[in-house]
Ligand binder design. Structure first.
Ligand code: SAM
Ligand code: CA
Length: 249
């Protein structure tokens, strides 16, 4: 019977997914593979595939946006007709390319990262896809750039979409500035808000060092977003969790 099988499945899988930091938030790896193989890979843009494969060879590849999240971002941007966007945390540019491919020809992305080398690794693929003209890359920490943008009133309410995927200990500092820069009705997406599943782990659970370090900042962010009256939110278990915040006033 379907229900019994489902329950048995859950029980047998449970033991395999107790380690904090398991990469999949789904019931099983098989289910995640099913999503990738059925809906994501067969429709992935050839440049996205090339960039994903190139990034997989890089030593920090754990940082890349997953292919299913890339597909989600691409569709989301089209659904909201995004034109003026921002990305904090580029790495080799997988989410950046997903964004650039979704925007109209005259669409814009202000992309920021402290590391330009990794961006330049992916840039030839972005160029080959013919979407690099939409991107302005700024090397360096994002916070001072945001401070400059906020100083000029004409930037207020000017962004349709902002993707935040960088230093988790700064997300609340970003939020303070981004809330002025995103337009009313626009979206901010905070990435990794389920933080490897560690948000529900007991404080003494075994965790990788960086997971433990950033965990409290993610917990604090999630609490703050949940009670922020300026936004509506939706926390999605895509990738490592993404919280969409729609500015309402
Ligand atoms: N969105 C990327 C992708 O799709 O591959 C992944 C981004 S990766 C998880 C995080 C990035 O944030 C790193 O490339 C890192 O250099 C960058 N970063 C860390 N601190 C930063 C800061 N203060 N300002 C801007 N970028 C920062
Ligand atoms: Ca991420």
């Amino acid at each position: 019977m379907a229900t019994n099988n489902g329950e048995q499945n859950q029980t047998s899988e449970a033991g395999r997914h107790q380690e904090v930091g398991h990469k999949s938030l789904l019931q099983s790896d098989a289910l995640y593979q099913y999503i990738l193989e059925t809906s994501v890979y067969p429709r992935e843009h050839e440049a996205m595939k090339e960039l994903r494969e190139l990034t997989a060879k890089h030593p920090w590849n754990i940082m890349t946006t997953s292919a299913d999240e890339g597909q989600f971002l691409n569709m989301l941007l089209k659904l909201i007709n995004a034109k003026n966007t921002m990305e904090i945390g580029v790495y080799t540019g997988y989410s950046l390319l997903a964004t650039a491919l979704a925007l109209p020809e005259d669409g814009k992305i202000l992309a920021m990262d402290i590391n330009k080398e990794n961006y330049e690794l992916g840039l030839p693929v972005i160029k080959k896809a013919g979407v690099d003209h939409k991107i302005t890359f700024k090397e360096g920490p994002a916070l001072p750039v945001l401070d400059e943008l906020v100083k000029d009133e004409k930037n207020h309410g000017s962004y349709d979409f902002i993707f935040v995927d960088a230093d988790k200990d700064n997300y609340l500092n970003y939020h303070k500035r981004l809330i002025d820069l995103v337009k009313v009705g626009g979206l901010i997406g905070y990435d990794n808000t389920l933080w490897n599943g560690s948000v529900v782990a007991p404080a003494d659970a075994p965790m990788r060092k960086y997971v433990r370090y950033y965990r409290d900042f993610v917990l604090e962010l999630n609490k703050a977003l949940a009670v922020d009256p300026r936004i509506e939110i939706c926390m999605l278990p895509v990738g490592d969790g993404i919280t969409l915040c729609r500015r309402i006033n």
